[in-house]
Write a protein that binds this ligand. Structure first.
Ligand code: HEM
Length: 227
């Protein structure tokens, strides 16, 4: 842990790998959605592989990455979450300085989104489309009807994802307009203004992100080229 900070000041909260993974997921989500709905399935598969790599990277960074990105740092139990919500709506709201990274409610939406994205990409790998063209690369291991079932779950899980993304965006808007906390710029430049005592978080070395990214891209390329 680095120096202890007391005065109101800008603190680095999100490192570059976390921000790159976040904005890659946002962009690839839009591309996956559009390519599927406009039936550009070759592009859909390519964007899907990109999404697979981005989600696996975010998952890995949740274990070996920066302190603010680690699941062990921001996932709290139900009691801590309820306590946070009470403070949030109470008269003495001191939640602003309570957490540098994700708050307990944000943590819930991260868990839900990463879980659903992981499910979505896995189902996609096994999905078979009606005419059997542009199916996922692992669908050759299962029957046509099982592949169609995966395609059906792939579509249903996407609807769930849309609901969770809508809740996530609504929460960001509420923090912006009601609590005057600007979460989006923080995810762009990586810094937050903190008043009161706060400790600068630990950041993992850049080469660890590169090693993880290269390993994950190789794994995804291997899956994509299964014959
Ligand atoms: C998070 C990433 C992904 C998103 C958001 C996504 C979204 C979608 C959506 C919305 C559909 C159309 C469902 C419908 O309305 O019928 C679809 C279909 C499909 N996706 Fe994905 N997808 C993702 C990842 C993948 C991946 C990684 C693969 C495999 C490489 C894949 C393979 C397919 C296939 C084969 C279909 C056609 C299924 C059918 O024709 O019924 N998807 N996807």
């Amino acid at each position: 842990m680095a120096e202890r900070l007391t005065a109101a000041r800008q603190v680095r909260v999100w490192d570059l790998p976390t921000r790159l993974a976040h904005w890659s997921i946002v962009t690839l989500f839009a591309i996956c959605w559009w390519t599927a709905k406009s039936d550009h399935m070759q592009w859909h598969r390519l964007a899907g592989y990109g999404m697979l790599a981005a989600v696996w990277f975010r998952l890995a960074w949740g274990f070996w990455g920066a302190e603010t990105s680690r699941f062990s740092q921001f996932v709290r139990g139900p009691r801590a979450t309820v306590r946070y919500v009470r403070k949030l709506f109470g008269r003495h709201d001191d939640t602003g300085t309570a957490s540098l990274g994700h708050n307990p409610l944000g943590a819930l939406s991260i868990l839900a989104m990463v879980g659903l994205l992981l499910t979505q990409t896995t189902f996609g790998l096994f999905a078979v489309n009606v005419d059997g063209f542009a199916s996922g690369p692992l669908s050759r291991w299962i029957s046509y009807s099982a592949g169609r079932r995966f395609a059906h779950w792939h579509a249903a899980n996407f609807d769930l994802l849309l609901v969770v993304v809508a809740i996530h965006l609504t929460a960001i808007a509420v923090y912006r307009w009601v609590r005057k906390e600007r979460l989006v710029p923080a995810m762009i430049h990586g810094r937050k203004t903190v008043s009161g005592p706060a400790q600068e978080p630990y950041f993992a070395p850049w080469w660890r992100a590169v090693v993880l990214a290269v390993g994950i891209i190789l794994c995804v390329a291997l899956i994509a080229n299964i014959r």
